[in-house]
Design a protein around this ligand. Structure first.
Ligand code: HAM
Length: 434
């Protein structure tokens, strides 16, 4: 066995070399711009929380199979956050009486889940969380779904590139309890089967339901429900709150012209236990990436877990991994080169102070400047700038220094010109913005 350490990161995590980091920052900045347009404010919290924060409501799959948890040195059971919503609810509950309502917050935390790494799924990911708390009616869902749509549009996605698929937890509860009359122990297995339905053959779906203890009649009713248009839902489940909320939601988004990107899909379950109302998932429509990109929903009882104040909430979480896949298949990822504007080259060791002084004066004028520190062949210096995507190289040799001049080489066109140093800044600005 080698005594050398591995350079590979821990399975399911990523290193972000500058090239990847640039792309990520571009993505994050675009996300921030989109949510800022709706007045959402940034917040953050700790990466470690008490285990019990997740045990209560996060859902058994995450808690039992995916949570990174351990005992700290003081014997407290702690967990690395697998999602942000419990932290958000805890923070909002702590200041519930002081916060102006509605609360509009967003965050971009890194989250940890022990998953089998695969396309769209890693063990550490970053997730845009956008949440609106303090609004009871579907107006909140109407806003949150608009934010979700505009986040994708902000990247240049067109209206047919994705679809928001919408369902309601109460509709499902009514179906399970009043129509199918499932035993409490059965609902979880049936919900899981529905969640998987789009990804498995019809027989496998049937087998899962049978294994969950459903009889032929229950399966037939469920199959009918899962392909039922929204307007016909009352014939199966009646006109409960789930149905009326959905009708109000769709009436509103249709009137706003957002109807074509929103669709009722009665098989959207969402894995988390705390959802109480409308739930949704955004699906990529590209044939090579037909999968859920992100999701969210209404959670009315989460803040109330921490004290006496109830505050309803609606929000979504969008992962960076699935977002990048989406942007990639739709050709929406830009080529992002260096942020540096100018490389100040070094003609010879004797010119070090002159070139450093020049670099300082350019930086003071607001130009982003890298400076060469040790003498190298000029060709090498140009190659370095080219490789890093720096468009301009400025060089001062002894003759130019004596005459108060400098030479600019534009690596984009290959052209070179010598200018007075006092004109250099203005000339560079023009060239950078050309
Ligand atoms: P979630 O469905 O568990 O919801 O995750 C939301 C999104 O995060 C997923 O659709 C996916 O884009 C991304 N994601 C989740 N797990 C991974 C992973 N292992 N690797 C890469 N990406 C992943 C929640 O977490 C809710 N707390 C969202 C929410 C906010 N609901 C209301 N407010």
């Amino acid at each position: 066995m080698s005594d050398k350490l591995s350079t590979r990161p821990y399975k399911g995590t990523r290193d972000f070399y500058p090239e990847e980091q640039r792309l990520r920052e571009w993505m994050f900045n675009q996300l921030r711009r989109s949510v800022n347009q709706y007045g959402y404010e940034p917040y953050d919290g700790p990466m470690l929380e008490l285990f019990e924060l997740y045990a209560a409501k996060t859902g058994s799959e995450i808690v039992n199979e995916q949570l990174y948890h351990f005992e700290d040195r003081g014997g407290r059971k702690v967990a690395m956050r697998p999602e942000m919503t419990p932290t958000l609810a805890r923070m909002v509950a702590a200041k519930a009486n002081q916060l102006p309502r509605p609360v509009r917050w967003f965050s971009l935390p890194n989250l940890w889940r022990y998953e089998q790494p695969q396309r769209g799924r890693l063990r550490e990911h970053w997730q845009l969380n956008v949440d609106l708390l303090g609004v009871e009616g579907v107006e909140a869902e109407v806003e949150i779904v608009q934010v979700a749509i505009d986040v994708l549009r902000g990247f240049g996605a067109g209206p047919t590139d994705f679809e928001v698929q919408i369902n309601h937890r109460e509709l499902m509860n009514d179906l399970f309890d009043k129509v199918l009359k499932l035993e409490p122990g059965q609902t979880q297995a049936v919900a899981k089967a529905i969640d998987k339905r789009a990804k498995i053959p019809a027989e496998a779906f049937y087998d899962l339901l049978t294994a969950a203890g459903c009889n032929a009649e229950q399966i037939e009713t469920l199959e009918k429900f899962l392909v039922c248009p929204l307007l016909d839902i009352p014939s199966i489940v009646g006109e409960g709150k789930g149905y009326t909320d959905l009708i109000r939601f769709f009436d509103t988004v249709n009137a706003m012209g957002l109807g074509p990107v929103c669709r009722f899909n009665p098989s959207i379950m969402r894995g988390l236990d705390y959802y109480t109302g409308i739930v949704f998932e955004v699906y990529d429509q590209h044939p090579d990436n037909r999968r859920a990109l992100f999701g969210g929903g209404r959670y009315d009882n989460l803040v109330g877990m921490f004290g006496n104040t109830q505050m309803p909430g609606v929000g979504f979480g969008m992962g960076d991994v699935t977002l990048k896949d989406f942007l990639e298949v739709h050709g929406l990822l830009p080529e992002i080169t260096s942020q540096t504007d100018v490389l100040v080259g070094l003609f010879s060791a004797e010119m070090f102070i002159a070139s450093q002084t020049l670099a300082r004066s350019l930086r003071a004028g607001g130009i982003k400047v890298e400076a060469v520190l040790s003498p190298q062949k000029l060709g090498k210096q140009f190659q370095y700038a080219d490789k890093k995507g720096i468009p301009l190289v400025v060089m001062v040799g002894p003759d130019e220094a004596a005459e108060g001049k400098a030479t600019i080489k534009d690596l984009r066109s290959g052209q070179q010109q010598t200018v007075e140093q006092r004109e250099l800044m203005a000339r560079l600005q023009v060239m950078l913005h050309s």
